[in-house]
Write a protein that binds this ligand. Structure first.
Ligand code: GRG
Length: 289
C-alpha cells in the first residue's frame, strides 16, 4: 500500500502544473490542495482492481490520479464557507483559508478539468472505446447523478430527520459513487473482464463505498467523544444526520461488520487475485482517520 501511495504522490506531482508556471498562485494552490496528504484510498482501489485485471502500473497511475484529482476538488469545494465551512483539512488550513475563496473555487474547477484531461490523454487502455467509457464513468460518478448530486442531497438534509434508506441513498452518491468508480476504472485499465467478474467488482465497490462512510461517521463520533466528551460528531454539530445519530454507535459498528463481510464475499470467487482488494476493505474498516 505504501508503494502505491508513493507512486501516486509522484504521479500527481508530475501531473500538476509547477507553481512557477503562470498563473503561479492558482498552480501553487492546486499543488497545496492535492500533494502531501490524504490516505489515497481511491488510488489504492484503482491499483488493486487493476492488478486483478492485469493492467500495467503506468495506466493505473493515470486512472488513480484522475479519481484523486476529483476527490481533492470535492474536498476543496466541500470546505468552502458556502458548504461545510471548514478551516482545517489533512492537518493544515483549508485552501480558502490559506489562499482565498475565489482561488479555492478555481482550484476545484481546475482539478476537475485536469482529472478528465488525464483520462483523455491516457494511456489508460489501447481501445479508444474503453477510454471513452472511462471518461463517461468518471463523469457519471462525479456529476449530479453521483457525487455532486449526493452533496446536494446532503445540503438539503441539514436540520432534517432522514430514514435509513434516505441516508444510504445520499451516501451511495456523495462518497460511494467515486469509490465505486475507482474499482471499475482500475479494472478498465486491464484486459476485458467477463460480465460476471465485472458485476462482482461493481458490487464490491458499492459495498466498500458505503462501508467507507459508515466508518467515517463512527470515527467522527468517536473523535468528538474522546476530545469533547460529546456523543455526536462534526456532522451532528452541523445538524446533519449520520449513521451514528440514526442507529447509535453499536448498531453502526454492526452495520460496518456486515458490509465488510458482504464486500469480502463479493470478491471471494477471485481467490488470491483479489487479496489486495480484500486487504483494502479491511483497511477501510480499521483505519484510524
Ligand atoms: C463539493 C461537489 C462536491 C462534493 C463534495 C465527498 C464530498 C462531496 C465531500 C466530502 C465531505 C466529507 C468529509 C465526507 C466524509 C467522507 C469523506 C469523503 C472523507 C474524506 O475522504 P478521505 O478520508 O480523505 O479519503 P483523505 O484526506 O484521506 O483523502
Amino acid at each position: 500500500m505504501e508503494g502505491v501511495q508513493q507512486r501516486t504522490e509522484a504521479a500527481l506531482a508530475a501531473l500538476l502544473p509547477e507553481a512557477s508556471i503562470a498563473p503561479q498562485r492558482l498552480h501553487e494552490a492546486m499543488r497545496y490542495a492535492v500533494l502531501g496528504g490524504g490516505k489515497r484510498v481511491r488510488p489504492l482501489l484503482v491499483h488493486a482492481a487493476g492488478e486483478l485485471a492485469g493492467a500495467a502500473p503506468e495506466r493505473l497511475d493515470r486512472a488513480a490520479c484522475a479519481v484523486e484529482l476529483i476527490h481533492a476538488y470535492s474536498l476543496v469545494h466541500d470546505d468552502l464557507p458556502c458548504m461545510d465551512d471548514d478551516v482545517l483539512r489533512r492537518g493544515k488550513p483549508t485552501v480558502h483559508v490559506e489562499y482565498d475563496e475565489a482561488t479555492a473555487l478555481l482550484v476545484g474547477d481546475a482539478l476537475q478539468a485536469l482529472a478528465f484531461q488525464t483520462i483523455a490523454e491516457g494511456p489508460v487502455n489501447d481501445s479508444p472505446a474503453v477510454q471513452l467509457e472511462m471518461v463517461t464513468l468518471l463523469g457519471r460518478a462525479s456529476g449530479s447523478r453521483g457525487m455532486a448530486g449526493g452533496q446536494a442531497i446532503d445540503l438539503g438534509a441539514v436540520g432534517k430527520q432522514l430514514t435509513r434508506e434516505e441516508l444510504e441513498f445520499m451516501h451511495i452518491h456523495k462518497t460511494g459513487a467515486l469509490i465505486r468508480a475507482s474499482v471499475l476504472l482500475g479494472a478498465q485499465c486491464g484486459a476485458p473482464l467477463a460480465p460476471d467478474a465485472l458485476a462482482q467488482l461493481d458490487r464490491y465497490g458499492k459495498l466498500v463505498g458505503l462501508l467507507f462512510q459508515v466508518v467515517d461517521d463512527i470515527l467522527d463520533a468517536q473523535a468528538d467523544t474522546a476530545t469533547l466528551g460529546k456523543t455526536a460528531g462534526k456532522d451532528a454539530d452541523h445538524n446533519k444526520p449520520t449513521y451514528v445519530t440514526l442507529l447509535g454507535l453499536s448498531e453502526a459498528r454492526t452495520l460496518a461488520d456486515a458490509l465488510l463481510a458482504d464486500a469480502r464475499a463479493a470478491i471471494a470467487s477471485f481467490g488470491a487475485a483479489a487479496a489486495r482488494l480484500d486487504e483494502l476493505a479491511n483497511f477501510i474498516v480499521h483505519r484510524r482517520f
